[in-house]
Design a protein around this ligand. Sequence first.
Ligand code: OOG
Ligand code: NI
Length: 459
Amino acid sequence: MSNTSFVSSDEIRDRFSKAMSAMYQAEVPQYETLLELVEEVNRETLERDTELAERLSAHDELNRLGVERHGAIRVGTSEELAMLRRLFAVMGMHPVGYYDLSEAGVPVHSTAFRPIDDAALARNPFRVFTSLLRLELIENPTLRERAASILAERDIFTAGARELIALGESQGGLNDEQADRFVAEALETFRWHRNATVDLATYEALNAEHRLIADVVCFRGPHINHLTPRTLNIDEAQKRMPAAGMNAKEVIEGPPRRNCPILLRQTSFKALEEPTQFKGERQGTHTARFGEIEQRGVALTAKGRTLYDRLLTASREKTQGLANDAHQQALAEVFAEFPDDEATLRREELAFFEYRLTGAGQTADAGHETDLEALIAQGLVTARPITYEDFLPVSAAGIFQSNLGGTQNDAYTGHANKGAFEAALGAAVTNELALYAEREAASKARVLRALGHTIAVND
Ligand code: OOG
Ligand code: NI
């Protein structure tokens, strides 16, 4: 078979993310309401702010706005995680970043499977935050072994999904018909099953250790637990959630509202109680699935991230227990220290930017000037913020906890183990900061080369 008959991994990801969204809307009708709300807020924001609309369009961000979403799942074993890595690779999604949630009292560690290069991100940036349960952190040996043996019994992948993953790997791609079958088979892994694989007593014992353990262990598969559209105004979306019938999370996670948005802000409607059938004909409920909204800003450098983490920590005491408006107010006061204009973010190397020639730059003679700030001042070069494509562990912990009824177990903290995670995954995770830095450096080199400079910058 020739390569030309393969559909691109971007196309498969696009089909899959749409199929996943349709499935989740059917399973969780409130998610459909959330999508409508976000669509309405985005439309109104773009109508009111034509400058923003033009900028997003020029930056190739408008097209992806409507398909923008991430999801999250939690798996129980290293075999499940390693197979998911292969499944996501078919769709051009690769493990980026390591997140230690034990720090926040949640017994998992995680990565995000996501597209990496610019064209793939622009086409459809669908990502899946994927957590691996850490049974080794459960202290009770009987419970730990019980959980492990329940997990050993299940196969979260269909035979068809396994075959098509192997076929994709051996052929180096999938054709149109195979891609459609792959999407349908892969989707089965993420479907909700209202029949638990255990009896109510087992569920309750695992639930008492940690609600997340019950969620991972007691079902046939790692049901998608939320999907997240991207909004252009999360404050407005948060405000409108109650009127749309949603039980909104108390506060927005992440940085405060700013002129130059940084990183990621998130909120959600809380997980719904769903009827569940346990073995032995017992009825009960399980609370796992919710809907989330995100607003993305510029990616920060290590220096910017250190400042973000310091200010977030400093804000903790001041924001504790406050309702959203007061919380945002207190957060904004602490974050006043974080520069909020693009030029300063760039000059102080707090955030990542992509450099391009302006129209004038394409014809001008820049002489010997190699300083990008000087070239920007001369109107020959522009810099645009690089969107943050990843997650934030403190925010993720806040999302986990708002849906787990605040269960936290300090005994889990201080157990980051990236090595063990990568061993389970069967691959190294890519460092997200290195990806942004490469993108910035490549854009600088391109600009200088186009201006006739032969020396590439390497910072
Ligand atoms: C994942 C929570 C993390 C986010 O957006 O930070 C997450 C989970 O609850 O499984 O999705
Ligand atoms: Ni999320």
